[in-house]
Design a protein around this ligand. Structure first.
Ligand code: GLA
Ligand code: ZN
Length: 680
């Protein structure tokens, strides 16, 4: 039985498209003619419209003019294309800010912004919510039954905070609700007797900022939770009129690369599919590292809904906002587009279709440049990607199956970076997640990125690095997973604080995790950047960097020991049998060699499947990822190395979909890839 999940079953194909702003060219309609012709030539079957169109479709309050959208949607559709339609809340018209100043954000320094830029509305403002509801309803009534429209793109890259009186009051209400109107409960949770910061009434609460308090960690955490909740609340109001008009059009919002500001896990219940904007710094250093990093976020967005997602934006050449805006080298555009597909994307979409003529994005990469022709390296590369996507169209909707997962948690990330101690300014949480992900990535092993409360039962191996903040539900989830046979690896800083950012009392890791791991922590040491400690494991010595913990085994086996400093011969790696599984604890950070050697042992112990059989890792820069529709396995093999050419045996014959023949090994020059197929 085939198991495929389409973003929208009425269009069961890979989406190949771009953000398109035809409203910038309404006075030169010959450009539209060129666009429609060039879209076909580029093999693009989709355009994302309306993201920044509000001032054109509602030029003054209550006056609507949809003529440009009517015409362009019709023209795209009649030439065979589809449309992802946006709600315009990411940038508003001037009249709206003039008439309703409350829609303008207030900075953390208490100043109200003037009209300008984008992505900066107050997410509480009833006036903004009302105006957005009206325009969204109009768009939905007009277009949500149009056969061109395959999905909604709600707003654009939600983010940021607002410190206005409306948001402050909403935050107070959020806390009144959370603490059942009992200020004493809040004082206890926030430990406010420290420095005499006790509250006597909820009305005294201000959002944390340099103007008030930044040191009440529970308050900081709740503010961030509130910002996520309020943003989602705003988004839900945006979505309601869309669903009312036609519930069958799937809804998403485009999320960002490694964005700290919002707990994206919380969004998953309200969107139909995940989408993100992917802008890695290709060619900035070690390309394999850049590829691993992008892969991590692809894996995250797939795991968010456990089904295919959209890569809603990417540049076909360069961006304009990196510090140095390097061009993608020939081959990299197609390779990085297919990377998204390999990790479960059902789209390759670009920002932008055509370069704007003026303003800040006029030098941002686009499928069509200011020359307006098809005669460019970038255009040819997009066309090539389009050809490949149509050759591999049968892969649309297929799933990624993973036996391994890494746990990530925003609340933990926020609390960790707030914590005063350890390495004061950089806790390296995401870097540590990447270091484990890199192992899976470089060994050709699929990996999901999951939340600590997710069902872990389908995984043979779960890695939970630096789970400094953990609540009882998550801790119980980890215990259940191991009890039922899972293998769990955790690290230093596990279980130090609870959900209010209060330290666990008694022996840590808290929440009963000391029992799960069979250890307890006495001290945590932070090393200066140029210092190294040492650990002995399996007859080898490894360097310790940044952080080391002095731990004791209560009932775990000690597999490695520190071999330098006063904690020499103290446990550095432990393993504890618990129920049918086992829980390993790593008490130090290393530069990757130790993780590599340890994980190599663990994956063979856990019988984790590699997508291509190999002793050790795949050659440098080579990756192997799979998707499956239940009947076939699709194997994506790629070379991100800039210099190395590799001949790689596949371990068995595969059908090379693009080459049209059966092969058992592949020759991979720099930036080469293969898309292969075998029966499951
Ligand atoms: C973001 C935005 C786009 C555009 C691109 C440029 O992802 O969503 O509107 O500004 O960045 O890279
Ligand atoms: Zn506000």
């Amino acid at each position: 039985m085939k198991n495929r999940k389409f973003v929208n079953p009425v269009f069961p194909h890979f989406v190949h498209g771009a953000d398109y702003n035809p409203e910038q060219w309404v006075k030169t309609k010959n450009i539209w003619d060129d666009d429609i012709r060039l879209m076909k030539e580029a093999g693009c079957n989709e355009m994302t419209l309306g993201i920044f169109s509000w001032s054109v479709i509602e030029p003054s309050e209550g006056v609507f003019d949809f003529s440009f959208l009517d015409e362009i949607i019709e023209r795209i559709y009649s030439s065979g294309g589809r449309v992802v339609l946006s709600t315009p809340s990411g940038a508003r018209p001037r009249w709206l800010s003039e008439k309703y100043p409350e829609v303008l954000r207030v900075s953390r320094w208490g100043q109200r912004y003037h009209f300008g830029e984008r992505h900066n509305h107050c997410f509480t403002s009833p006036a903004y919510r009302e105006k957005v509801k009206i325009i969204n309803a109009k768009l939905a009534e007009r277009y949500s039954h149009h056969p061109a429209v395959i999905a909604w793109h709600v707003s654009n890259e939600y983010g940021g905070e607002c410190y206005c009186p409306l948001c402050t009051e909403a935050f107070r209400n959020y806390l009144r609700n959370k603490f059942e109107n009992d200020i004493e409960k809040l004082n206890d949770a926030y430990w406010t007797t420290f420095w005499s910061h006790r509250y006597s009434d909820f009305s005294q609460i201000e959002p944390p900022s340099e103007l008030s308090d930044m040191g009440i960690h529970g308050l900081n955490l709740d503010w961030r939770r509130f910002v996520t909740e309020q943003t989602i609340d705003f988004m839900r109001e945006e979505i309601a009129p869309l669903k009312k008009a036609n519930p069958s059009i799937p809804v998403t919002t485009n999320m960002m690369y490694d964005f700290d500001g919002l707990d994206y896990f919380k969004f998953r219940d309200y969107i139909d599919f995940a989408a993100w904007d992917c802008y890695p710094k290709w060619h900035s250093g070690d390309n394999a590292e850049t590829a691993e990093n992008a892969a991590f976020w692809h894996d995250f967005y797939r795991s968010l809904k456990m089904k295919p997602f959209f890569m809603m934006e990417s540049t076909p050449s360069q961006v304009n906002w990196h510090e140095y805006n390097k061009l993608k080298r020939p081959g990299m555009d197609t390779l990085s587009s297919l990377q998204a597909i390999a990790h479960g994307s059902d789209s390759v979409q670009y920002f932008q279709w055509r370069k704007s003529r003026g303003s800040s994005e006029k030098f941002h990469g686009a499928v069509v440049g200011h020359d307006g022709t098809n005669d460019t390296r970038v255009f040819r590369s997009v066309r090539k990607t389009g050809e490949i996507l149509s050759l591999i169209d049968e892969i649309t909707g297929s799933m990624v199956e993973s036996e391994a997962a890494i746990i990530m948690d925003w609340e933990n990330r926020w609390a960790l970076s707030d914590s005063q101690g350890f390495a004061r300014y950089d806790k390296k949480y995401t870097e540590t997640l990447y270091s484990f992900h890199k192992f899976f990535w470089s060994h050709g092993i699929n990996c999901d990125i999951v939340h600590p409360e997710d069902d872990l039962s389908k995984y043979k191996l779960v890695v939970a690095p630096m789970m400094y903040l953990i609540n009882q539900v998550s801790a119980d989830n980890l215990k259940k997973y191991v009890r039922e046979g899972g293998i769990l690896i955790s690290t230093y800083q596990l279980g130090m604080v609870d959900e209010n950012d209060l330290c666990y009392l008694g022996r840590t890791p808290g929440c009963g995790l000391d029992e799960l791991f069979g250890i307890w922590r006495e001290e945590t040491d932070t090393l200066y950047p140029d210092q190294k400690g040492r650990v002995k494991f399996g007859g080898q010595e490894y360097s310790v960097i940044d952080i080391a913990e002095v731990i004791h085994s209560s009932h775990a086996d000690v597999l490695a020991e520190f071999s330098a400093d006063y904690y020499s011969s103290f446990p550095a790696l432990t393993s504890n049998r618990y129920g049918k599984g086992k829980a390993l604890y790593i008490a130090f950070r290393d530069n990757g060699d130790f993780i590599n050697d340890l994980m190599s042992v663990i994956i063979s112990d856990a019988k984790i499947k590699k997508n291509i059989p190999s002793d050790g890792s795949l050659p440098y820069g080579i990756t192997a990822h799979t998707r499956t529709d239940g009947e076939n396995i699709y194997l994506f093999v790629a070379n991100y190395g800039e210099k190395n050419t590799v001949i790689l045996p596949l371990g068995k014959p595969y059908y090379d979909i693009i080459g049209g023949k059966t092969i058992s090994d592949v020759l991979l020059k720099p930036f080469d890839f293969f898309i292969l197929k075998t029966e499951r």
